[in-house]
Design a binder for this molecule. Structure first.
Ligand code: TEU
Length: 547
């Protein structure tokens, strides 16, 4: 039966398509690869997939540089195959989000090619952020804006091989010119793109750089106030008030469809308050909550972020989202690992990652899982410079731009050269040898594996009426390094507990004595020596049945 509120507590699995499964053997994942693995995806007990861009692209930024929004990159598939994917996923009760990249196009997009061919001042130029340079020969950029991927944010346009004195803005790579969202043609075009994919049956969109579309029209220089911890987010091209008009227009289109179509914004903004503006009932349904991802392994910070998130989302009636990993950040097994002699301790990193995941999956709202985290994959930190493709790596001279390390293709089985990622052993990034122990095949057979931990946890989350949306009440666990809360108010309520400290903790009896789930089977025991109470290990989380 169709549930129009499915997205409010959905678990959404992110696929980075170039690295998921390669059916045609070219070393790059593809749409047919995803179709061939739908059985696996269903076995995870997730509700939906979000697929990072697979549109026609020169791949200067892994597909976040789109040359044609209505075509699939031929290396990854075709619109017909995507239709097949939608049909087969829907038949398995899985929803699908695509990824929309509205802040910029690729330089290969027909619109930017028109810019390159047309003389200065042509109407085609107004679709992008193009301005006259400064200096007597307009040889200097219009202002001091920089690229997120390092270096200047402006590049001078040439016409007939000569500098024009006009510069185009690229908040990301030079291959990603920013669109001019004041231009009605740009607005219309994206309305039409949304309808194109909604008509094909897509259930929703993740919106790339949702906070960046509108720029301060005066294009003032960036002035950073480093006394503010979030100073980097206060820039005249992030989170401008007028961006909300864009999403009001999009929401009206989504609402035209009788079954629910939804948006999830990627909005990096300074405060939860600012985030909640994107979530008003006539704008986006959800947004990623990066404050939680950034809270780290710190009880006080986690507690604070959870409270702020829930309170600000409640004001606008939107469900929060929880995310620990994605294709832009260091995998959370490595990120949360304590450093021992300067190196991450990956064993403890895995304990912490599983605990953080179990805890996050008990929070109210929806949750995101990034491909490979269900295998406990670690960040690949030793990729050689020749294989790296992150544009920020090149633009920073190798000091930043290490996002390839979380994009290494998935290990499926132990037998073949690319661990079954590709039929003939190809892989666009090399996989580390130790992943042979982390393959899906290896982990499927082991009930204690991270993969089976995810499957069990997600099945339980689905089955427990008090998890998903709803309220949360904090409980005192009697230890500053232990966080505990109850979901729901009935006898069937679940109590979720995480121990962020290193030591064993005897939990107070009133938290519950029936263990429903643990992040590590070795470390939650029922101690009956002095009445019944649960003992959990350091860096562990549990779900208990409320007393
Ligand atoms: O990421 C946006 C991005 O780069 C964020 O880091 C954000 O803009 C910045 O932190 C603001 O402070 C998205 C995609 O997820 C990424 O893969 C792309 O490279 C990028 O947009 C450009 O499309």
């Amino acid at each position: 039966m169709h549930n129009p509120h499915w997205w409010r507590d959905a678990v959404i699995y992110q696929i980075y398509p170039r690295s998921f499964a390669d059916a045609d053997g070219d070393g790059m994942g593809d749409v047919t690869g995803i179709i061939s693995r739908l059985g696996y995806l269903q076995s995870l007990n997730i509700d939906a997939l979000w697929i990072s861009p697979f549109y026609a692209s020169p791949l200067h930024d892994g597909g976040y540089d789109v040359a044609d929004y209505r075509r699939i990159d031929p290396r990854l598939g075709s619109v017909e195959e995507v239709k097949e994917l939608l049909d087969q996923a829907h038949a398995r009760n899985l929803k699908i989000f695509f990824d929309l990249v509205p802040n910029h196009t690729s330089i290969d997009h027909a619109w930017f090619q028109e810019v390159l061919n047309d003389p200065p001042g042509s109407p085609s130029w107004d679709r992008y952020m193009i301005r006259e340079g400064k200096g007597s020969h307009r040889e200097l950029p219009p202002n001091n804006w920089t690229s997120v991927f390092h270096g200047a944010g402006w590049t001078q346009l040439e016409h007939d091989g000569k500098p024009t004195g006009y510069w185009y803005l690229h908040i990301f790579d030079t291959s990603q010119p920013d669109l001019n969202w004041e231009n009605p043609e740009v607005i219309e075009e994206f309305h039409s793109i949304l309808r194109f994919w909604f008509d094909l049956g897509v259930d929703g969109f993740r919106i790339d750089v949702a906070h960046g579309l509108r720029k301060d029209p005066a294009l003032p220089d960036v002035v950073l106030d480093q006394s503010n911890p979030d100073f980097d987010l206060y820039r005249p091209y992030w989170d401008q008030d007028s961006v909300h008009e864009v999403y009001q227009g999009w929401r009206a289109i989504a609402n035209e469809y009788p079954d629910q179509r939804v948006f999830c914004g990627e909005a990096w903004v300074a405060t939860e308050e600012r985030l909640s503006l994107y979530l008003r009932s006539d704008e986006l349904h959800t947004c990623f909550n990066f404050n939680y991802l950034q809270a780290g392994w710190d009880a006080t910070k986690m507690h604070e972020v959870i409270d702020q998130t829930i309170a600000t989302h409640a004001k606008v009636g939107a469900p929060p989202t929880w995310v620990l990993s994605n294709h832009d950040v260091i995998r959370h097994r490595t990120r949360l690992a304590p450093l021992v002699n300067g190196e991450p301790d990956l064993e403890r990193g895995l304990d912490r990652a599983r605990a953080a995941t179990l805890f996050a999956l008990s929070l109210p709202g929806s949750a995101y899982i990034y491909q490979g985290e269900e295998l406990g994959l670690d960040e690949v930190t030793d990729l050689s410079p020749e294989v790296r493709q992150d544009p920020a790596w090149l633009r920073s001279g190798g000091t930043d731009g290490k996002r390839d390390g979380c994009r290494v293709p998935l290990p499926w089985d132990t037998s073949s050269e690319s661990f079954g990622f590709s039929a003939n052993g190809n892989s666009w990034l090399p996989q580390p040898a130790h992943w042979s122990e982390l393959t899906i095949q290896a982990q499927s057979a082991d009930p204690e594996s991270t993969l089976n931990f995810y499957r069990r946890t997600l099945a339980l989350r689905k089955a427990e009426p008090s998890l998903g949306e709803g309220s949360l009440q904090w409980l005192d666990a009697g230890n500053p390094e232990v966080l505990a809360f109850q979901r729901g108010e009935t006898q069937t309520a679940v109590v979720s507990v995480i121990n962020l400290g290193d030591d064993l903790v005897h939990l107070p009896t009133y938290l519950g004595t029936e263990v429903l789930a643990t992040s590590s089977d070795a470390v939650a025991v029922l101690d009956t020596s002095d009445g019944q109470h649960v003992v959990i290990g350091g860096e562990t989380a549990v779900w208990l049945r409320a007393k």
